[in-house]
Design a protein. Structure first.
Length: 186
């Protein structure tokens, strides 16, 4: 049985048990296994991780599922959402492991004046980007903490494209910084 992307999303939102089970544990299984292998370098429980992804998608009256606009296939959209979720889970697991560490870490501490100075330096550096979209994406994501979905909505593009814009912007910013310090690639 082949369902349209819209029907799949509506069925998930309406908690249709058959479609939900088939979607997460049959149709998307190869996709999720591929993402899990790429994100985690240790054994994770597929069912547990996918159940957590489902809960993540259904939070706040299925807000994330309702954000699907059909600009890409539901599978491509879910791939972007899932990979970000899996990376966040991996990061959370790493942070939990390091919290129980036996030694104190030397975390840099900054006074409010230093923080403001650092922020101004970063904004000045971002202002040197000639591409407005690059500058906008980096400011929104790194300075203001806006997530990819919100930036994508503002730019009328996909979260995956926002990620690509961010990646190209960082590359361009790196070139600017390396040029500033006189680094020459041989």
């Amino acid at each position: 049985m082949s369902l349209s992307d819209t029907v799949i999303i509506e069925s998930l939102i309406n908690k249709d048990e058959k479609v939900t089970h088939d979607f997460f544990f049959v149709w998307c299984r190869p996709l999720f296994y591929s993402l899990i292998r790429r994100v985690f370098n240790y054994e994770v429980d597929y069912d547990e991780l996918v159940n957590e992804l489902y809960v993540h998608l259904m939070e706040n009256d299925a807000k994330r599922l309702r954000s699907f606009r059909g600009r890409s296939s539901v599978y491509q959209w879910l791939k972007c959402v899932a990979i970000r979720f899996f990376i966040a889970k991996r990061k959370q697991a790493i942070e939990e492991k390091t919290r129980g560490s036996l030694y104190e870490k030397d975390e840099p501490s900054y006074d409010p004046h230093e923080i403001e100075e650092i922020r101004n330096d970063i904004l000045a550096l971002l202002d040197r980007l000639q591409n407005d979209r690059y500058r906008y994406v980096l400011k929104q994501h790194f300075i203001l903490g806006v997530d990819y979905e919100e930036i994508a909505a503002a730019l009328r593009t996909s979260p995956a494209n926002v990620y690509n814009i961010k990646k190209r912007a960082i590359t361009k910013l790196t070139v600017i910084v390396l040029d500033d310090i006189g680094y020459e690639k041989h």
